[in-house]
Design a protein around this ligand. Structure first.
Ligand code: C2E
Ligand code: CA
Ligand code: CA
Ligand code: CA
Length: 278
């Protein structure tokens, strides 16, 4: 059919209008989401493929709103980032993850590290360290079981980032550089950052068995992490071939659908014992 310029315009107009509307709605409902108990944390296991043991969990926020249904973090986190809502949400996540982790330990599950994603605003917030300190104290969690995930794009101000990271690390927690390979960071900057772990971005891991470029990038990042004396995690591992390839390259810690999707808190205990038998 012939494209009608005017209808085309109307179509785009309507679509923009819809997007705008959804944004407004999300913003409106986000403001009440904490007090209405609409957030939950899911946890995705991080596994040592050599022992099949869960060594850690990454916490991932989930939001269910009565009017909007499930909204994924990829959609609402950027909207929350544009207001100060992200600070409250971020503190909620930290508190929830630390209390949950402490409870797991009290329940007799061998101690695991739980990783929490930070947002840019949170990372730049001067109150972050005190907030974390307070949450660690109130949850009684040993700080070595808390890990913070940052991304390269948060660390553009190199000097400030190094100072922030150093001060956070004084609390006794660990730091992971998430989505590694998608940002800009130069090797020399990376060397200066007091981080503990590189997480290879899933876009490289996902395609590594079919793309030579991706597998080379993964190989290089693994080698780089070795020479910088950092641990390395591959995320987005969905199949056995990828797992095998990562093992050959020397990366034993993996995260992805192959072992487990993110799971609800009440499923973590059984997952801990189940994955070991895979
Ligand atoms: P991320 O930190 O890179 O988290 C990994 C995302 O990949 C998660 O999506 C996870 O469910 C998904 N994933 C894990 N394994 C696989 C796999 O094998 N294949 C594929 N295709 N995907 C996999 P999710 O939960 O939708 O989160 C999306 C993003 O939202 C996160 O990316 C993170 O940037 C942000 N996010 C999630 N939770 C939080 C939070 O509590 N605070 C902040 N600031 N951001 C969060
Ligand atoms: Ca992450
Ligand atoms: Ca990631
Ligand atoms: Ca990501």
């Amino acid at each position: 059919a012939k494209v009608n310029g005017r209808n085309q315009f109307k179509y785009w107009d309507a679509q923009l209008n819809d997007q705008f509307h959804r944004r407004i709605l999300i913003e409106k409902h986000l403001k009440k989401a904490i007090e209405n108990n609409e957030f939950t944390l899911y946890y995705q296991p991080q596994i040592n493929q050599l022992t099949s043991k869960i060594i850690g969990l990454e916490s991932l926020i989930r939001w269910e709103n009565p009017e909007l249904g499930f909204v994924m973090p990829g959609e609402f986190i950027p909207i929350a980032e544009e207001s100060d809502l992200i600070i409250d949400i971020g503190n909620w996540v930290l508190r929830e993850a630390c209390h949950f982790n402490k409870q797991l330990q009290l329940d007799g599950v061998p101690p695991l590290r739980i990783a929490v994603n930070l947002s840019t605003k949170q990372f730049l917030d001067p109150a972050l360290k005190d907030n974390i300190k307070m949450i660690l104290e109130e949850s009684q969690l040993d700080p070595q079981y808390l890990e913070l995930e940052i991304t390269e794009s948060m660390t553009i101000e190199v000097e400030i980032s190094i100072r922030t990271l150093r001060s956070l690390k004084k609390l006794g927690l660990s730091i992971a550089m998430d989505d590694f390979g998608t940002g800009y960071s130069s090797l020399s900057n990376l060397k200066e950052f007091p981080i503990d772990i590189l997480k290879i971005d899933q876009s490289f891991v996902n395609g590594m068995t079919s793309s030579l470029v991706n597998s080379s990038i993964v190989k290089t990042i693994i080698a780089m992490s070795k020479s910088l004396d950092l641990d390395v995690i591959a995320e987005g591992v969905e199949d056995k071939e990828t797992l095998k390839m990562l093992n050959e390259y020397g990366c034993s810690i993996v995260q992805g659908y192959y072992f487990s999707r993110p799971i609800a808190a009440n499923k973590v205990r059984e997952a801990y014992y189940e994955i070991m038998s895979k």
